[in-house]
Design a protein around this ligand. Structure first.
Ligand SMILES: C[S@@+](CC[C@H](N)C(=O)[O-])C[C@H]1O[C@@H](n2cnc3c(N)ncnc32)[C@H](O)[C@@H]1O
Length: 417
């Protein structure tokens, strides 16, 4: 096991009440994160223990600062979240994906102060942490918190569009994007050192997933991870292209990129009575197959969206949290994934599809995709994301689903082993 870097406990000036309160609360938080498997490495546990979170959310009550939840710090005029100090479980999970090493140079995109200090604890004085946020209100706030913690010099804090990275301190051994990205920016790849790791909450065909990519070859980066996660969307020149379309009452579809979609025709199709087809693929409720199934369909379907319904308003049997939806080229037929309980077996469910409109091929294809997943990929390692430098010849890329977006080309593959 690698030696723990020597960590300095940050001073907790500004705490009301006995200083031990915050360290006890922090300790309880770290225990809970370890218990939940969010923290597995001793280095990351030690960095959390050495960093008093309340100094980075000074406007909330002490206990609240150590609750395992995000803390909103800025909203727009319509109440939409623009910035937050991320939830400890997600901060921990991202650091586990990133694994910064002592001496590393790290770039954080999206600032708050807290995560930057954790990064500083992990890379030590021999390393360097640069953090950039598009919003001067955020960087000013982070600067005040760092100052209060006596750590202003530990992090280089900049205001600007993180889509450009920070070229003057490149290359970075680690780049951590802490805002939802619609694409992998070529600038991030250009600024990543050979063997370096990029962690990013990415929108993959509309699904929010955390991925870790390693620069593992000339112009090639690959990885996975796939933890479902929500983040505030990126602002600036690389803002998200995800769109939400209202369909029949209580039903909406979230789609990404350019796809042939006629929402009027799709609404008409969903207004007809749906008919079920069952796949014979049975799963246990605790198997956690839902996020994997969503990614599988995002890979294999040409037209793909996430159907979101409000069960109080809609009779569609969509799965809670959103379900894969596909449609034919003129949007006159649609099919979505559903589940039904397996009779006599508590906690077991069978995957199936509900088809609206006349298109037998669409229905059959969806059921066949479920069976293929059950046969070849269930319980497997999950998909691999391949990213290539812009301008790479598509003929040299891995065979799989090319993800259409403006940044670096991406291909999603599903290895069988
Ligand atoms: C979830 S917060 C970051 C949390 C922070 N890393 C922490 O320590 O908890 C996401 C931040 O990304 C910022 N952001 C949005 N678009 C950006 C962009 N294009 N470049 C840099 N920052 C951006 C937002 O202003 C927001 O402050």
């Amino acid at each position: 096991m690698s030696k723990l870097p020597s960590m300095k406990t940050v001073s907790d000036r500004g705490v009301t009440g006995p200083a031990t309160d915050s360290s006890e609360l922090n300790d309880q938080l770290v225990h809970a994160l370890e218990g939940a498997g969010r923290i597995t490495s001793p280095e990351i546990a030690a960095a959390f223990r050495a960093t008093p979170r309340h100094l980075f959310v000074p406007d909330v009550e002490l206990r609240e600062a150590y609750r395992d939840d995000y803390q909103p710090t800025e909203r727009d005029g319509d109440g939409r979240l623009l910035s937050s100090v991320s939830a400890p479980w997600l901060v921990a999970q991202m650091l586990e994906y990133l694994r910064p090493q002592p001496g590393n140079s790290v770039l954080e995109i999206g600032s708050g102060g807290y995560n930057a200090v954790l990064l500083h604890q992990l890379v030590g004085d021999a390393g360097a942490v640069t953090s950039i946020d598009i919003d001067p209100v955020v960087t000013e706030r982070a600067r005040r918190c760092l100052r209060a913690a006596g750590l202003e010099a530990a992090v280089r804090l900049l205001t600007g569009d993180g889509a450009q990275g920070v070229p003057d301190a490149a290359p970075y051994d680690r780049i951590e994007v802490t805002v939802q990205a619609a694409a992998i920016e070529q600038t991030w790849l250009d600024q990543l050192a050979p063997g370096g790791v990029l962690v990013v909450p990415l929108r993959v065909r509309g699904l929010g997933r955390l991925v870790a990519l390693t620069r593992d070859g000339e112009g090639h980066y690959s990885g996975g991870g796939w933890l479902p996660c929500g983040f505030v969307p990126m602002r600036g020149e690389a803002a998200s292209s995800t769109q939400m379309h209202a369909l029949i009452p209580g039903a909406r579809v979230r789609v990404d990129g350019t796809q042939p979609l006629d929402t009027e025709a799709l609404t008409k199709a969903l207004d007809t009575t749906g008919s079920p087809r069952w796949s014979g693929v049975e799963v246990g409720a605790s198997e956690g197959t839902r996020p994997v199934i969503d990614l599988w369909f995002a890979t294999v379907l040409d037209t793909y969206g996430t159907l979101l319904t409000d069960p109080k308003e809609s009779a569609l049997q969509a799965l809670p949290g959103g379900t894969p939806l596909t449609w034919n080229t003129d949007s006159t037929a649609a099919a979505y994934v559903t589940m039904r309980p397996v009779e006599g077996q508590s906690g077991r469910y069978e995957y199936g599809v509900i088809v609206h409109g006349e298109d037998e091929d669409l229905a059959e294809a969806l059921v066949e995709h479920l069976r293929e997943w059950g046969r070849d990929h269930r319980g497997g390692p999950g998909p691999v994301l391949h990213v290539y430098d812009s301008g790479t010849d598509p003929a040299t890329m891995a065979p799989g689903r090319a993800l259409e977006r403006p940044g670096a080309p991406m291909v999603l593959t599903w290895p069988k082993d």
